[in-house]
Design a protein around this ligand. Structure first.
Ligand SMILES: Cc1cc2nc3c(=O)[nH]c(=O)nc-3n(C[C@H](O)[C@H](O)[C@H](O)COP(=O)(O)OP(=O)(O)OC[C@H]3O[C@@H](n4cnc5c(N)ncnc54)[C@H](O)[C@@H]3O)c2cc1C
Length: 423
């Protein structure tokens, strides 16, 4: 599907100071910062579009995000700050959520019980994480009664892996206050931020050679030499060996890259005008059926579009099946909860497969128990010539566009400093 926003790009210089591999959020942030510092920058992007795991497409005339959609953590998210400075239209995500039990909106008592369970879980996770010894995050959850299933499912969904595969020391912030959506879609916003940048599209990098003297970057069509290179490629892609490093990376970097697991989070995009969800942009949890889906985002931007979210176990169960399997699954689950008459006008418009996309291979990078140091290890440059950035390196905002942006800007600042540019 085509992106709704296609920025005008500049040609890449033949003699760049810095090559940036990947034109997603981290690469775009880095390029803007380096160019502002006076560097000649060349960006090499494997896909035929910029934006990476943030892309907005038009479905039935509506702008919908197939990748990142939320601007999380407003107070610390650099993309929220930038949006405000640019006078972009942000809308605060609502606090109200839907809870349906056997297809009926739950009463006040059930909603309060669910809220209490999340608050207890939050406190328990925060306290347990103070113990210097790391362990699986799920092991820190107290007994929470029937609401415990919901807590585990939501934490697993937003972590990208079942919660017992996630480091307790790395649990993402569950505070959903101060989250935003941006008018026209998050992918379109990221694309606007790439306007005028020097990007060569359809240019997968296959080899990076580095030494104290400089770097040499190879694609199928070109070889560029530069003073420094910044690699913003997803960890799961680096794990495949798609880019050969010469000499090989230091053992610490190599181990850190291979220590991440693949976070899986996929959207099945629904058009469902008669859906029972009132109010725009609310999360919904369906409880009580034989199958309890991990979560939905409903009435997106007050339209008849909804995301049925797939967590890692749901997505894995669809792997190897035919292309209609996600649509059948959604119809079966929603039919079971709301009755088959209720879904007569439901259409499944798209389902994402980031986990199979050769340029992402995952939705984000997850740290298993005991490996939380991986994010910081990769922040160290190799020989003062080769840097890494991307969502995987962010401690406070991993798995997000804001974290990727922050890390791209951080690495760019260091590169500018090392090249004695104004940073
Ligand atoms: C379905 C889904 C929903 C999400 N929801 C949210 C959300 O609501 N909010 C949020 O903040 N985050 C969300 N995320 C996560 C967010 O999309 C990512 O954290 C962020 O986009 C990562 O940015 P990045 O720059 O680190 O990596 P990417 O965006 O992946 O950019 C890396 C770039 O490198 C390119 N590349 C790969 N290999 C090569 C190569 N060999 N040579 C050249 N280029 C290469 C890729 O094509 C890509 O453009 C979601 C992700 C998914 C998949």
């Amino acid at each position: 599907m085509l992106p709704v926003s296609v920025p005008a790009l500049a040609p890449v210089p033949h003699d760049p100071d810095v090559v940036i591999v990947g034109a997603g959020s981290a690469g775009i942030a880095a390029a803007r910062r380096l160019i502002a510092a006076g560097a000649r920058v060349a960006m090499l992007e494997a896909r035929s579009r910029i934006g990476g795991r943030a892309v907005t497409t038009a479905i039935r005339g509506h702008a919908l995000d197939l990748g990142a959609h939320w601007l999380h953590n407003g107070p610390i998210n650099p993309l929220v700050r930038l949006a405000r400075a640019r006078k972009e239209r942000l809308r605060l995500a609502p606090q109200e959520r839907h809870l349906f039990i056997h297809g009926r909106e739950a009463g006040r008592a059930a909603r309060a019980e669910s809220g209490r369970a999340f608050a207890i879980a939050e406190r328990a996770l925060t306290l347990a994480a103070r113990d210097p010894k790391d362990r699986p995050a799920a092991s820190a959850l107290p007994m929470l009664g029937p609401a415990g299933r919901e807590v585990r499912a939501i934490h697993g969904l937003i972590s990208g892996r079942p919660f017992d595969e996630v480091s307790l020391h790395d649990v993402p912030d569950m505070d959903y206050a101060d989250n935003f959506f941006i008018a026209g879609g998050l992918g379109a916003y990221i694309a606007r931020l790439a306007e005028g940048l020097p990007v060569a599209l359809n240019s997968p990098v296959t080899e990076i050679a580095f030494s104290k003297q400089g770097v040499s970057i190879t694609t199928a069509n070109t070889r560029l030499s530069a003073k420094a290179v910044l690699v913003t490629v997803p960890m799961a892609v680096l794990q495949t060996g798609a880019i050969r490093f010469s000499p090989t990376l230091p053992a610490t970097h190599e181990a850190a890259i291979h220590g991440f697991t693949q976070g899986v989070y996929e959207h099945v995009v629904l058009h469902w005008p008669s859906a029972p969800f009132r109010g725009a942009d609310r999360l919904a949890r369906l409880s009580g059926g034989r199958r309890e889906p991990p979560g939905l985002l409903t009435a997106i931007d007050n339209t008849p579009f909804h995301f049925f979210e797939l967590d890692q176990p749901y997505a894995a169960a669809l792997d190897g099946r035919d292309t209609d399997a996600p649509a059948r699954l959604v119809r079966a689950v929603l039919g079971e909860h709301f009755g088959h008459r209720a879904i007569r006008d439901l259409t499944v418009c798209a389902d994402t497969r980031w986990r199979h996309d050769p340029w992402s291979r995952a939705s984000w990078a997850v740290v298993p128990p005991g490996l939380v140091g991986n994010r910081d290890i990769l922040k160290a440059s190799v020989d003062g010539r080769l840097w890494f950035a991307g969502e995987a390196l962010s401690r406070a905002q991993w798995g997000t566009v804001g974290g990727a942006w922050e890390e791209g800007a951080r690495a760019a600042g260091e590169i500018a400093g090392s090249l004695a540019l104004k940073s």
